[in-house]
Ligand binder design. Structure first.
Ligand code: CP
Length: 320
């Protein structure tokens, strides 16, 4: 996290220590969510504006819950019914919302780099809530927290990510995040959805391991963590997979795969899930499926990020 300019734009610019710091804070903050009245006054008087130019359930509502738990005020902007429809630019929108009193923007945008562009011109903190096919840093942080909580470590693990690696901002952030923490990431999916060499070089900027597997079995064999990604049939008019049925046949995770992964390997998915495509319906009953734990951890991780960016403090003893 760039604390000097107070933005969280990507995993690429976070150090291992900064990631650990966020995870430790999130772990401590979780306790607040289980109190009879899960609310603390820490961010009273701060205004957080959500700019969601794409649909979202988990990210948007967990950010809302995180802000409300910390007593911040929130406004949500989805483009509909605003001057975006009259042609107002992203930057003008930001400047006007700053003038209204925003202290922090959480931005989801279909264009890769949009939050970085805004951060260059904004006076207040920017959090990337997913930008095109680039990154989804808060998803990666909540994935790390979930794995650390369930397996007790983030180092020396085999992480298998299955699906549309090439277009997935979750995969791009997860690949960097898990490598930075000392795990090896194996990716698998249809050849047209795997990264090209240039992207592979990008993933190698960290010291951990990274491997592309053309066969699903190679990626998930002896895995500690399996992350299935949502498959989109089309993206921007381009056909990505010819048929969901065929995808499920070759890359869908099914009960028969349980023999390959480690005995207590955890199964994750960022959501929304296409049941019967990336995950067989039976996988919902797998005892180490932690998909809703990921969602729950999303609230704590986003509380930690809002606190860090809006207060800049190192210690948070006064959270009563
Ligand atoms: N994981 C995730 O980003 O889900 P949403 O699109 O519902 O926010």
């Amino acid at each position: 996290m760039d604390l000097k300019t107070k933005h969280l734009l990507d995993i690429a610019s976070l150090s291992k220590e900064e990631i650990e710091d966020i995870l430790n804070l999130a772990e401590n903050l979780k306790e607040i969510l289980y109190r009879p009245i899960p609310k603390v006054p820490t961010l009273r008087g701060k205004l957080i504006i959500y700019l969601f130019y794409e649909p979202s359930t988990r990210t948007r509502f967990s950010f809302e819950k995180a802000a409300k738990t910390l007593s911040a005020d929130t406004l949500t902007f989805t483009g509909k019914g605003t001057s975006i429809e009259k042609g107002e630019t992203l930057l003008d929108t930001i400047k006007n919302l700053e003038a209204i009193g925003a202290d922090l923007f959480v931005i989801r945008h279909p264009v890769a780099g949009a939050p970085h562009f805004v951060a260059k011109h904004s006076k207040v903190s920017i959090v990337n809530a997913g930008d095109g096919t680039h990154e989804h840093p808060t998803q990666a942080l909540l994935d790390l927290l979930t794995v650390r909580e369930k397996l007790g470590t983030l180092s020396g693990l085999k992480i298998a990510i299955v699906g549309d690696i090439k277009h997935s901002r979750v995969a791009h952030s997860d690949i960097l995040a898990f490598q930075k923490m000392g795990s090896t990431v194996y990716v698998s999916g249809p050849a047209q959805l795997l990264p090209d060499l240039k992207e592979e070089d990008y993933y190698k900027i960290t010291k951990g391991g990274f491997k592309i597997c053309y066969k699903l079995e190679e990626a998930i064999k002896e895995a500690d963590v399996v992350i299935a990604l949502r498959i989109q049939k089309e993206r921007h008019g381009e056909a990505l997979v010819p048929s969901f049925l065929e995808y499920h046949e070759f890359f869908g995770l099914k009960p028969e795969h349980l023999e390959l992964i480690k005995e207590k390997a955890i199964l994750m998915h960022p959501g929304p899930i296409n049941w019967g495509v990336e995950l067989a319906y039976e996988m919902e009953k797998y005892p180490f499926q932690v998909i809703l734990d990921q969602v729950e951890n999303g609230v704590a991780v986003r509380m930690a990020i809002l606190l860090k960016l809006l207060t800049g403090e190192k210690n948070y003893e006064n959270l009563n």
